[in-house]
Design a protein around this ligand. Sequence first.
Ligand SMILES: *Cc1c(COP(=O)(O)O)cnc(C)c1O
Length: 400
Amino acid sequence: MAKHAKRKVTAPGPATTLVHGGIERSHFGETSEAIFLTQGYVYETAESAEARFKGDDPGHVYSRYSNPTVAMFEERMRLLEGAGGARATASGMAAVNTALMASLSAGDHVVAAKALFGSCRYIIEDLLPRFGVRSTLVDGADLAQWKRAVRKGKTKALFLESPTNPTLELVDIAAVADIAHKAGAKLIVDNVFATPLLQKPLALGADVVVYSATKHIDGQGRCLGGVVLGDEDFIDKVHTLLKHTGPSMSPFNAWVLLKGLETLPIRVERQCSTAAILADRIADHPAVKRTLYPGRPDHPQADLAARQMSGGSTLIAFEMKGGKKKAFAVSNALKVICLSNNLGDAKSLITHPSTTTHQRLTEEARRELGITQGVLRFSVGLEDVEDLWADLSRALDKAA
Ligand SMILES: *Cc1c(COP(=O)(O)O)cnc(C)c1O
């Protein structure tokens, strides 16, 4: 890559960063980011190979370690989040797992909120204890429970997501970060539901942020990806783990995700404004028992939402009167909104969590999280708002 062709743009605005940030042009001067579909790299001399392996020359060595297209994605995410470093992974779960592995060793303790994405809860509750890491699950909204659960010197990581999946409950990130730091632990935030635009966990005091790039960052349902962000020391540990354990992001996926980042602000803005309109209409429908949307004044934590988020959400949770039967009736009557467990997509998607994403949990664990049989999770897409409402209101009327 010719030196003169490099142009690093560190623009202040997020939209500009998401279009130009991290771009490394080749000697062709291509407009769009190039896809470097290569496993390895050739060296001009044996000496330069030695220098690369020693780290004296910062170039790439092998695409399990790093790749130019993946590096562009990482740099763009790093600039957006305002982090010291970023490493991309093959999926969101690889990002969560690696962030936890980089923080914990046998004998350590981890505290996490109960309301977690299913696979995150599996890692905390079932996997880590097999390797000598004990875990405690708390009600994320109850700060006293976090305080009681941490063990000074033993607890090395606190883990949460906010808003939570699927009931869109919030956790006070600044307050939990404070509890973590007093105990000498790091706070890791899974920021998928908020997106990097609506909530800035690092600015609120968190140490590490993880994303499933599969969701809003791709935003068009094409590929899996993840990213871990934190300070340079932490990202060095993440890098070592990724390099030796192998859940690296494919250069092709990195390219798709780079293109996704370019349109992230306009998609999230549009999805949030459509969601805000639909949340109000859903809440007023007689077939609906309860609506949960962080942008509505009747959200149980509306004050916290205003404090730590700069927008509502692209997701709405609502509970049908009449439980599973009515939730299924609504789902089955939809024609525009698709039944799918993904989220953050251009297509509007609806999920019945208790029989799909949260099926693994016991009925009691679901009840604790407010995931009753009537709850539906609605990921608002990019369709016309009136088409979505026509579809949903017809389905709700039918179920009522
Ligand atoms: C989807 C998701 C994950 C896992 O991401 P994958 O890319 O599917 O591996 C983790 N956390 C949250 C909150 C998610 O929504």
